[in-house]
Design a protein around this ligand. Sequence first.
Ligand code: ADP
Length: 334
Amino acid sequence: RALVSADGEPEERLIEAALRPKNLDDFVGQKRVRRQLSLVLEASRMRGRSADHVLLSGPPGLGKTTLAMIIAAEMNAPLRISSGPAIQHAGDLAAILSSLTEGEVLFLDEIHRMSRPAEEMLYMAMEDFRVDIVVGKGAGATAIPLELPPFTLVGATTRAGLLPGPLRDRFGFTGHLEFYSVDELELVLRRSAGLLDLKLSGAGFSEIASRSRGTPRIANRLLRRVRDWALVHGVPQIDARAASAALEMYEVDVRGLDRLDRAVLQALIGKFNGGPVGLSTLAIAVGEEMETVETVAEPFLVREGLLGRTPRGRIAMPAAWDHLGVPRPEGMPA
Ligand code: ADP
């Protein structure tokens, strides 16, 4: 088995692929989405038709790509993967669409980042399985209609609200993925540990799960780092102490906040007195893009009760002061 490829960290990538659940039954959590999706797929199979287009939204690492792969597998269909940022011209999309085979599943990650002309081409493709290929320029330009075989589009976005209405409306089913509970993350970790042949105590699993930011991708990544730590330290079975010692090294704190999460809270409290402060100002203060702060850091901080969104801007919640170990301002309610 070749472990070496040109794009670096090949072993990591192979492991990530190996840990992906291959069917809906192995997919942990997200019960509601799983049940709804399973019905959509079952009905299309009974009708002998390709499934309706599916939109998946939620923060990174919650299983959108995995679900797209499962949809293709359950429909016994080939899968094509591309992403919004890779489609900058309508022609890029036309090339993909015109090479699809009947029933194929097309996964478009970060679909909200497609260019406008490509987006408009996609509307027609989704609705009528047809595109107009424009040949030539200016007054001499002609549109050549091209029929497409029926296909299933699976779009993924970090926030459904980032999508223009007309695009959102063309999906037959929208699934919102939620952060996972610690118990669910433990299940993800147990499954992964089994596949990697790793031994952990129950407390070892919960230590990693509770620091995983509600995110399976992070859980699996932390498990691999703990695995490295255990290997180097010659620890055969990983308990809570080994897990926490390993994770301290990677700047993952007890609540699972990573460096960006903490930077956001530190800026809010240290520079803006707890806010309210506008998103763009906050993003500049932490040196990140607005979209990253909004779709990666914020959803988790809001869920943890550390950050609030108000009409006047972002505020630090009382728990944020406690978490950073900074005394709360006087008069702040408990
Ligand atoms: P996204 O596309 O939302 O960023 P992915 O589908 O790539 O996330 O998932 C990231 C990793 O997390 C995958 O490699 C997979 O192993 C794991 N994972 C995601 N969701 C689940 C789940 N529900 N059950 C088990 N593992 C999961």
